[in-house]
Design a protein around this ligand. Sequence first.
Ligand code: GLA
Length: 409
Amino acid sequence: MIFTLFQFFEVLAVIVFLVGFLEAANNGVARTPPLGWMSWERFRCNTDCVTYPDACINEQLIMQMADHMAADGYKDVGYEYVCIDDCWPLKTRGADGRLVPDPARFPSGMKALADYVHSKGLKLGIYTDFGYMTCGGYPGSEFYLQLDAETFAEWDLDMLKLDACYSFGEDLKYGFPAMEFYLNRTGRQFVFSCDWDWAMNDQANYTHMAEFCNMWRIAHDMEDYWDNVQLVIDVYANNSRNFSAFTGPGAWADADSVIVGLYGLSDDQERAQFGMWAMFASPLLLAADLRSIKNSSKALLLNKNILAINQDPLGIQGTLRMKLGQDKIYVFLKELTGGRTAVALFNSDYHGQPVRATFMLNQLGLTNGNGYSFTDGFTGMARGKYMPATEINIDVNPTGIDIFIATPV
Ligand code: GLA
């Protein structure tokens, strides 16, 4: 059969489309930032289920989190992925080379656990490492990438976090794309989460990360105290080498776990972390123990107005536009659908006093001649109408946040 030139280009277009479709960042998943729960920050590498039957990494913990995600309203507002982090397998691979879920802690096996999580309308994520060991000392996937990808697909898993401990830095640029290749080869859709190069902000190749990963860590591990949250906010404020330009549907910078509902943050700080992570269009992977979370933290995590900022289909990462109040107030803007803009005023000062932000919308590039109506980012309540040159004064609590949505009138 002889192809016409048009048919040739048509076939070429389909091939180009299919190849593009198979790229991780364009693999059809994570078109908005993934929402879910992840075991690491709260439950770490606790494998002692005798001493800590309710706080060790086992199938019961994962099933209970899935139960609570489905029953307590989390699933209804979009939380979907229940993610097992490090320390789930035996310390040695099986005779066939495969990773073996510790039978004492995962007696039903991973496939049965995935079936259970799926029966709740949720998805199951797992963790491995590109190096020869995971950060917690479990077998890594070096030299086993294909087998591990196939195993995770056979278990019907939906998300993979690939870490980088115990590997050579210069190998990572091959390892992460290779794993993406093998995941795609299975034909199963995975959200591919990369712990790739966060420590190398100055050299990281964001083009590669966006091409091969659905999400990639941009900063250090989240720990349960305020200074750590502030450090991550500063990473986004600095926006080293404009990493915000590489993020969008299918490819997100990951600010790491949401620690709302744990032990370390005040109410204002919880609002600040959740609000800023939403502004960053970061995946929101909760760390709290959903079985015992306090009501105020739960209400915050279920706040549909804040989640809508995070999940806005444009997928634009909010960026710092100016600092006010002697540089204590960071002003971040995130463009939303419908010509709207989310504006966050974050007070980085922790010395115990509200700080006043005084500004005009035209300083933020909001110059619509008819002005803007404001709604509150948290409550969704109307907050009046402002012209571009009207002076606006807003007091922001220490380590607190104010968010409003400006809609052109
Ligand atoms: C690294 C990662 C964490 C977590 C641990 C597990 O520190 O950055 O998110 O996965 O390893 O050991």
